[in-house]
Design a binder for this molecule. Sequence first.
Ligand code: CP
Length: 314
Amino acid sequence: MNKHLLSAADLSAADITRVLDTARHLAQVTDRAVKKVPTLRGRTVCNLFFEDSTRTRISFELAAKRLSADVINFSAKGSSVSKGESLKDTAATLEAMGVDAIVIRHPASGAPHRLAGWVDAVVLNAGDGTHEHPTQALLDLYTIRQHFPGFAGLRVAIVGDVLHSRVARSNVLALRTMGAEVTLVAPPTLLPWRVESWGVQVGYDLDAVLAKQDVVMLLRLQRERQQSGYLPSLREFTRLYGLDARRLAALPEHAIVMHPGPMNRGVEIAAEVADDPARSVITDQVANGISVRMALLYLLLGGPAIKEPVEEAR
Ligand code: CP
């Protein structure tokens, strides 16, 4: 693996398999009464969040703490960023304090790449603008692997606001690397320019593709990134692209429903679909995020070779 995790494009099939296998080992820690191992004792992880987050920030914090690392949570709100401090100066400050890993979420696409050029610490991209969210893709693949024996030929539909979705980009890259067949389904206005070069199928009619899918991954309609003109109306988007009970019934019986969160219930996904215990794996995605992020911190910070059972913290 590379020193940093900046893009899913940097991960080979062997890298992805190693992360998922390591996460499976480390998931044992979460099942214990004392959810902690000493692996990263003495190492410091900084969560550097310039954009709101619930799942990613908390699961990175839990992941680092379960490996016994020291954790610093930095939020742009309430920091010297509000006084005009640049990302480069913030990075230099963290570096001077001796952090070993920086987990960064930033509204600007490419910010993690810039950061990686300024610091010696390992940089993990926790979502940058509309570019990528590689740890989300890895936890999604981990969740898929809990339901299917492999990725080769697996049919995955990614539905909704692809244009603004870093989750879609990272998932397309990782799923294609593993041999899955990805179909993007969206209104033409919510698909990126030259999307045909992504090596995926593209469809505009959700009802036409549902019966063939093993996995349906809904994307959050990013209302905060919407400028006028992308959609005639929210109601029309939901009518054409929302996953409701009728569409759920059109999926094969074995198919699973995913959503990276946060959800717009009643927009891209109906509440009854999101809460369907037989089909929805949305809470599993959240839980798996901890194990996958533990695996990434472990592998990138150079933890010792995994032995079974994983050693307990004293
Ligand atoms: N999926 C995801 O990135 O969620 P958060 O924005 O809550 O971290």
